[in-house]
Ligand binder design. Structure first.
Ligand SMILES: Cc1ncc(COP(=O)(O)O)c(C=O)c1O
Length: 413
């Protein structure tokens, strides 16, 4: 039977200094919404929620009425084409979620057990797991401290004769510095698979994330900038990667005859119902990105002068889409730590989420990365959390959240 990976008290001791406390319970807190905004009362401001204000229902109804609800149907092709186009990519391969999008993309390489794939330690577990599903070994690097993205100089140092691919993750919707990374990959003959799960519509030097490496994986989970409930997509310009990904997604059925298989494929298909929602969402992508960028500037304006609060920076070459608006809390300067501030917000009905716990701290990867330390990722893990970030967030909610953070600041008392 499967047994969970557990850390001993000694091992936990090393981590206790920076891994987050359990989530505080968010208290119900009814608030009046100003008359000029949608007249509802909200009990909790969620950290994120979908915005389903376009053609979602109309397209789902069409799928139902035409009887195409499974994994064939025109919405799948339309969504693949429209989303790929929105990313500046030639091909889009829709699939069941963002984790399997990364797995599908990497599975096209045919990785072997000793092969290594370099990933940032500060990411969501799916990035590392997708490498593990391929039977390869994830190799970690730390983040650069300015924009919280993969440190490219460290990537250069971690390349070995067994390295096959690099996976930059555009954390929280801010692109990784891709030019030096692609240069490095080219020099060593490596593939680059962007984990763009959080970066719909984000741009690097005017080019969209998802079109910057050899292939990319997106997530359409309910908290993503565009959603299909659950869902994912591989984007690529590479015909061979696209062909293999389409084939592997669907059990690797052979074109020679039915029930004839030359690869171990997967059932990673998306349904036409999900794609119907996705098509309606992609029609609104630019609008959602504008809303998030606007929300981020409203947050920035109100938080930038609070001692000990570090707001997110945007690189000159980046168009950050702020999938999540994250901040760091310096305990000494602010006067309380991140977890204490989260409790204050939760008591006021405001949901927040801590930053990722790095891969080298995960019980399941503890032995793989034993003794490795990554100080930037550890600091992000200790001090970082994100505030409500939905595209539909109201200005009055941003005002309320930022006022609470200001009023709670002991250093200002
Ligand atoms: C960076 C990153 N990669 C991969 C994923 C996995 O996506 P999904 O939850 O759709 O499987 C996520 C999901 O949040 C993510 O944030």
């Amino acid at each position: 039977m499967l047994t969970p990976a557990e850390l001993t008290l000694d091992e936990m001791g090393e981590l206790a200094e920076f891994i987050p406390a359990a989530d505080p319970e968010v208290q119900v807190h009814y608030r009046a919404i100003p008359a000029f905004e949608k007249p509802t009362r909200r009990s909790v401001i969620p950290v994120c929620e979908p915005t389903l204000t376009g053609n979602e229902l109309k397209y789902v109804q069409q799928a139902v009425e035409t009887n195409w609800i499974s994994s064939a149907g025109s919405f799948i092709r339309d969504f693949e084409m429209q989303f790929a186009q929105a990313c500046g990519s030639r091909y889009g391969i829709a699939c069941a979620n963002g984790t399997v999008a990364m797995h599908l993309a990497m599975a096209t390489l045919g990785l072997e057990p000793d092969d290594e794939v370099i990933i940032p330690t500060f990411t969501m577990i799916a990035t590392a797991n997708a490498v593990t599903y391929c039977g390869a070994k994830p190799v970690l690097v730390d983040m650069e401290p300015d924009y919280w993205q993969m440190d490219i100089e460290q990537v250069a140092r971690k390349i070995s004769p067994r390295t096959k691919a690099i996976v930059p993750v555009h954390i929280y919707g801010h692109p990784t510095d891709m030019d030096p990374l692609m240069e490095l990959a080219e020099k060593h003959g490596l593939y680059v698979f962007e984990d763009a799960a959080e970066a719909h519509g984000a741009e690097y030097k005017g080019r969209r994330c998802g079109s910057l490496g050899h292939a990319a994986g997106f997530s359409f989970y309910g908290n993503k900038i565009i959603t299909t409930g659950e869902g994912g997509m591989v984007t690529t310009d590479d015909r061979e990667i696209a062909r293999l990904a389409w084939n592997l997604r669907d059990h690797a059925f052979s074109s020679e005859r039915h029930f004839w298989h030359k690869y171990v494929g997967f059932n990673y298909r998306m349904t036409n119902l999900q794609a119907a929602v996705g098509l309606a969402q992609v029609e609104q992508l630019d609008q959602f990105v504008e809303a998030r960028r606007h929300n981020a500037s409203e947050y920035n304006r109100r938080l930038q002068d609070i001692p000990g609060i570090q707001i997110p920076k945007e690189a000159a070459w980046a168009r950050n889409v702020y999938w999540m608006y994250g901040i760091l809390v310096d305990k000494e300067q602010y006067g309380m730590n991140r977890d204490e501030l989260r409790v204050v917000l939760a008591n006021n009905g405001i949901e927040t989420r801590t930053f990722f716990i790095p891969m080298h701290c995960q019980p399941i990867y503890w032995n793989t990365f034993k003794g490795e330390r990554y100080p930037v990722a550890e600091r992000l893990c200790r001090d970082g959390f994100y505030l409500p970030s939905a595209s539909s967030l109201r200005l009055s909610e941003i005002e309320e959240i930022t006022a609470i953070i200001r009023e709670a600041c002991p250093a200002l008392q």
